[in-house]
Structure formats: structure tokens, C-alpha cells
Design a protein around this ligand. Sequence first.
Ligand SMILES: C[S@@+](CC[C@H](N)C(=O)[O-])C[C@H]1O[C@@H](n2cnc3c(N)ncnc32)[C@H](O)[C@@H]1O
Length: 290
Amino acid sequence: MEHRFGGIWTQRKLDLLRKYLAFYTRALAGRGFTLHYADAFAGTGTQNLRVDPAQGDFLPEEDFHGSVRVALEIDPPFDAYHFNETDSQRIQALENLRQDHPGCDIRVTQLDANAFVPGFCESLGRNDRAVMLLDPYSTELDWNTPGIIGASRKVDLWFLFPISALLRMTPRHGSRIREEWSSAISRLLGNDGWKEALYRPVEQAPMGDLFGDAADAELERLNVRELELWVTTRLREIFSYVADPVTLYNLNRPLFLFYFAVANPSEKAWQLAARVVGDITRAQAKVRNR
Ligand SMILES: C[S@@+](CC[C@H](N)C(=O)[O-])C[C@H]1O[C@@H](n2cnc3c(N)ncnc32)[C@H](O)[C@@H]1O
């Protein structure tokens, strides 16, 4: 089944995921844990990339696997694969993956990701450990959902935060905020306090105060870097460890912040994961900068 999305940045995302999963199952094999891979926005297992003509030359010629196939090909394998999707045709494609991977315990659910995640986290027992991918198209994810993963203490999370959608919905000038977007922003960011957090008064020229118009000061949104720091700081309140995000760009515009976060409170565990993810992201950046 054709599933058309993404671009060059999709390959960067899957490359980081693949390398981390390969480390994870090797590091935890034979240690008495049951290892789970959970993909809350699973897609179909394949991608038909939407490539901008300006980028076409850079794409390697190969069959592009989506995240669920990347996970299924990891060796040693996970003990169970949890694929969740809302689209019925994509659910069928996920069910069909069992034929190609008869030895794998593949569990397919058709739920909103914000409902799938709490159920999955609740199902984890003492000896269960998991890696989860949250890969929405845009603003489908509620802020509470990563919070539930953070509280699980058992899940390592790869999470795409839709920075481009947030930038689109929060115009630079506060006077242009559109009321119809407010509830989507509040859901994405977890509360209604975002206007105070993301906007500040434009600095007035000293003369402005003299004429008493400081109270009507125009509001201006934080810049992209400040927004990123704000999101990162809030994630760090709910996870034991959060790496600085990898920004995924399309034609020089930031599309997603790709976060890695660890819910496990054991310092030894998150420090090891942090070191590995640091190595993987630095190696990828080096290749890209060549
Ligand atoms: C970006 S694609 C996922 C791509 C996939 N991770 C891959 O690498 O092949 C997002 C998927 O999420 C599904 N989706 C959209 N809204 C959803 C929701 N609220 N809950 C779960 N899945 C959803 C879409 O049908 C789509 O297949």
C-alpha cells in the first residue's frame, strides 16, 4: 500500500531510530527483560517519499522502509511489537506484516495515539522495557501523552515535536493570533498559559513611555531557538533525561524537533543511553557536513 509522506528528513529520523534500536536490543539481550517496541503512529511499514525536485538528487535509490519495518529488522529482535494506527487501510497493511515476519509477536491496535499510549504504559510489568516512537504528521499529539510516558519509568522515547506547526499557529506579532487555533495550541502544549510563555512585549523606545502608551505594547513571539529551549525545558520536567533535539529541516525550514527522552530514573541507565544517542547524532551530523 502506498503511503506518501516525508522527505530527506524522514531518512535522518529513521537512521537515528535504527541505530538506537540496534544498540538497545543488543545492550538488554539476555538480561531478563521483555523488550517491546511501540509505534503509536505506525503508518504502513513502507514510505513513498514526497521529494521536492530540489532534493531529488540526494536521495539514495532504495526501497524506503517505514519505522515499523526498521524495527522488525533489528537483530536481536524485540520480544513484542506494538503497532498503532487510526487509518483502516494502513491497519490492514500492518496486519499483513505478520506474513513476512512469522516469528515476531506483532500486536496491531486501531486507536487514537493519545488513547493507545496510556494503555500501553499501564500494561508494562516489572520486567518490561520499551522503546516508543511518536511520529505524528503534525499536531495530533496531546502534551499529556509524553507526560504519561515519562511517568512509566520504563520507556525510552523518540518523539517528533511539530515545531513548524507551532510556528505557523503562533504568528510573530501577538495581535495576529487566531482564536480558532487557540485550542489546538493548548492541546499541543498542555495548558492555556502558552500566550504568556511564548509572547513578550516588544521592547519600546524610551520615548514611548513618556507618552503613556507602554500599556498597549505589541506582543512578539519568542524566536525559533527560544521556542525550542522552552519545549526542551518542559520535557526535562517530565523525563529523567532529554537530549538536545535534532532539528529536521525541509528546504532550510525547521519542520520537527526530534527528541530522545528516557523515563528510567536509574542514572546508570539514562547516562548510557545519553552517551549512545550523543555518539549516534554526532556521527550523523559529521556525515551530513562532509
Ligand atoms: C508520519 S506518519 C507515520 C510514519 C511512520 N512512523 C513511518 O516511519 O513509516 C503518521 C501516521 O499516523 C497516523 N495517524 C494520524 N492521526 C493519528 C492518531 N490520532 N493516532 C494514531 N495514528 C494517527 C496516520 O494515518 C499516519 O499513518
